[in-house]
Design a protein around this ligand. Structure first.
Ligand SMILES: NC(=O)c1ccc[n+]([C@@H]2O[C@H](COP(=O)([O-])OP(=O)(O)OC[C@H]3O[C@@H](n4cnc5c(N)ncnc54)[C@H](O)[C@@H]3O)[C@@H](O)[C@H]2O)c1
Length: 325
């Protein structure tokens, strides 16, 4: 049977890449998005017979009730994304990231046609590490922002939910994403740093010592696909980090990689003692249980974005449409 996937947030940074990937594997797709950042990232797909685009808001419960009856699986990406966007729009963040997300989940749980439900969560859920130790799926969650608090709240709801036996919900905690996508974002550390180094020959780095895990958007998309294809016994009611244990970087290490590409970059460090989001993550669970391996490293992503900028493939990399803030 052909599987038909509902991808919410289909026009976003991850969504616009995921939709193309799944179409290339012969899935049928319904893409749902309110188009906060326009439809440039998916308009090319409107003529694809296996792709149906629905402009709409996940807070429109009538629309959700209708659409969940038409699909076999759901990948839920739509959200108010990132700490700055959630702080700026706390009410909308609460409605979208909690109320509407829970409604969508319950609707899927009750619709007998739906098997997998994949939720986009974040490594920001960890907050701050103690003693430089690697964190993993068993670590305590200490979210510091509204964004992460709402992700944690829904993750808990999903993991504890009692469901019919043939409904398989999974939460994926993505590392901070980088790399090219039809809707590139330049408000994410790696993409932002290489853009500034290329266009201004100058980088200002706040808190150069702080650690974070990073993952290429193409590998995030492969991980979502892997969950859709996995044995339900391994993924149902489970949480997995998505990334690679070797791809934890301090910000100054990213700057060092950039200097290899653009040696004349003037790097200015502004030291900070405390960052509530200083963490290294161990991604052994997805590697050992599902055999997941990344294919693209952080230095690969820097070179990729450098080449895109060098070829002037993005008209105005400082345009507002490439940021969620
Ligand atoms: N980018 C990262 O580094 C990262 C890291 C961890 C987790 N995530 C998670 O991955 C998911 C996708 O992130 P992204 O980087 O692609 O973000 P994005 O902002 O590029 O995409 C989100 C999409 O959701 C849509 N949307 C927002 N509110 C909506 C609503 N009410 N109804 C319908 N559509 C709505 C937006 O129009 C946008 O196209 C998010 O859930 C995010 O929290 C992202």
């Amino acid at each position: 049977m052909t599987r038909k996937i509902l991808v919410t947030g289909a026009a976003g940074y991850v969504g616009s890449k995921l939709v193309r990937h799944l179409l290339s594997y012969n899935y049928h797709i319904i893409g749902l998005d309110s188009l906060k950042y326009g439809d440039e990232s998916i308009s090319q797909l409107y003529n694809n017979p296996y792709f149906v685009f629905q402009k709409g808001d996940i807070r429109d419960f009538k629309l959700i009730d209708r659409i969940v009856n038409e699909v076999t699986d759901v990948v839920h990406l739509a959200a108010i994304v990132g700490d700055p966007a959630c702080s700026k729009m706390p009410e909308e963040a609460f409605e979208v990231n909690w109320i509407a997300t829970r409604y969508l989940f319950d609707a899927c749980k009750n619709a007998r046609n739906i098997s997998h439900f994949v939720f986009a969560s974040t490594c920001s859920n960890y907050g701050k590490m103690d003693n430089e130790e690697f964190l993993n799926e068993n670590s305590e969650l200490r979210p510091v922002s509204l964004y992460a608090k709402l992700k944690v709240k829904f993750e808990k709801y999903l993991l504890k939910s009692e469901t019919r036996k043939d409904f398989y919900p999974t939460a994926l905690r993505f590392a901070t994403i980088f790399g090219a996508s039809p809707r590139i974002r330049f408000d994410l550390t790696v993409n932002e740093f290489i853009r500034d180094a290329f266009l201004k020959r100058r980088l200002t780095i706040y808190g150069e010592e702080f650690w974070r895990p990073y993952c290429h958007v193409a590998d995030i998309v492969r991980a979502i696909h892997l969950i859709l294809e996995s044995n339900p016994n391994k993924v149902s009611h489970e949480v997995f980090g998505v990334g690679d244990s070797n791809q934890n970087y301090q910000k100054k290490m990213i700057a060092e990689e950039i200097l290899k590409i653009i040696p004349e970059t003037n790097v200015n460090y502004i030291h900070k003692e405390e960052d509530p989001r200083n963490y290294k993550v161990d991604f052994s669970k997805i590697k050992n249980l599902l055999d997941f391996q990344i294919t693209k490293t952080l230095p690969y992503g820097l070179n990729e974005i450098y080449n895109i900028l060098d070829k002037k493939q993005i008209e105005d990399p400082y345009s507002k449409k490439y940021t969620n803030i």
